[in-house]
Design a protein around this ligand. Structure first.
Ligand code: MN
Length: 219
C-alpha cells in the first residue's frame, strides 16, 4: 500500500525501545461514527474502532518492545511473522490492525451503487456479471465459519473473492486487496445480533466503497 497506515514515532528510539512500548497511532475513521447508520450504528463503529482496533495496536506495541519488529511498518511485521508459530501473537495483532484500517476505507456513507467503469469491466471479465461478483462476495462473507474476513482481491488481470479466518490477510498470499468485509461478530452483533446476512446485505447495498476498490486496482 502506498499510504502508511500507522506510525511509531521515534524521538529517542533506543531508550524508548527498552523502557516502554512506542504507541502506534490509531488511524482516524475516514468519516464520522454516525456516517454508516442505519446499517452500522455509531455505537458499533465507536467500539469497533476505538476499542477493538485500538486494542490490537496497543497489544502489538507491547509485544514488539525490544524485538526486531519494533520499528517495522505493519506490512513489514505481517510479512516477517506470517506462518511463524513463535510470532503468532505479533502477526495476529499486526494483521488485525492492518485489516481494520483497510475495512473502514472499504466502506463509505452512500456506498453501493454503480462501479467505476474500469472496475466494472474487470468484474465482468472475472465473474461474468457485476451481480455475480456481488453475490459471490456476499455469500463468502455470510458463509465464512466463525471469525474472519471476506475480500475482493486482484491477482494480475483477474479479480477473485476469498475469505480469511481470524486475522488472516491476502497480503501474505501476494494478492492485492481491493475491499474487505469484517465478519467478526463485533462488526455487527450489537446491531443485528446473529443475523450476519442482514449486515452483509446492508454493507453491499449501501456502504461498500467501489471507488476505494477502483483506487486499489493495480496494472
Ligand atoms: Mn473487527
Amino acid at each position: 500500500m502506498a499510504t502508511p497506515l500507522h506510525s511509531a514515532s521515534t524521538t529517542d528510539s533506543t531508550e524508548a525501545k527498552v523502557l516502554a512500548p512506542l504507541p502506534y497511532e490509531l488511524p482516524p475513521l475516514p468519516y464520522a461514527e454516525t456516517a454508516l447508520e442505519p446499517v452500522i450504528s455509531a455505537r458499533t463503529v465507536g467500539l469497533h474502532h476505538g476499542t477493538h482496533q485500538r486494542g490490537y495496536l496497543d497489544k502489538l506495541a507491547k509485544l514488539v518492545v525490544g524485538t526486531r519488529f519494533a520499528n517495522m511498518s505493519l506490512e513489514g511485521i505481517i510479512h516477517a511473522t506470517s506462518g511463524v508459530a513463535a510470532h503468532a501473537a505479533i502477526f495476529n495483532n499486526a494483521a488485525q490492525a492492518w485489516n481494520h484500517a483497510f475495512y473502514w476505507r472499504s466502506l463509505a456513507p452512500n456506498g453501493g451503487g454503480r462501479l467505476p467503469a474500469p472496475l466494472a469491466a474487470r468484474a465482468e471479465a472475472s465473474f461474468g456479471t457485476i451481480e455475480a461478483m456481488i453475490a459471490k462476495l456476499s455469500a463468502a462473507a455470510v458463509g465464512e465459519f466463525g471469525s474472519g474476513w471476506a475480500w475482493l482481491v486482484q491477482d494480475g488481470a483477474n479479480l477473485h473473492v476469498m475469505t480469511t479466518a481470524n486475522a488472516g490477510t491476502p497480503l501474505t498470499e501476494r494478492l492485492r486487496p481491493l475491499l474487505a468485509i469484517d465478519v467478526w461478530e463485533h462488526a455487527y452483533y450489537l446491531d443485528v445480533e446473529s443475523r450476519r446476512a442482514d449486515y452483509v446485505k446492508g454493507v453491499m447495498d449501501r456502504l461498500i466503497n467501489w471507488q476505494f476498490a477502483y483506487d486499489n486496482l493495480g496494472a
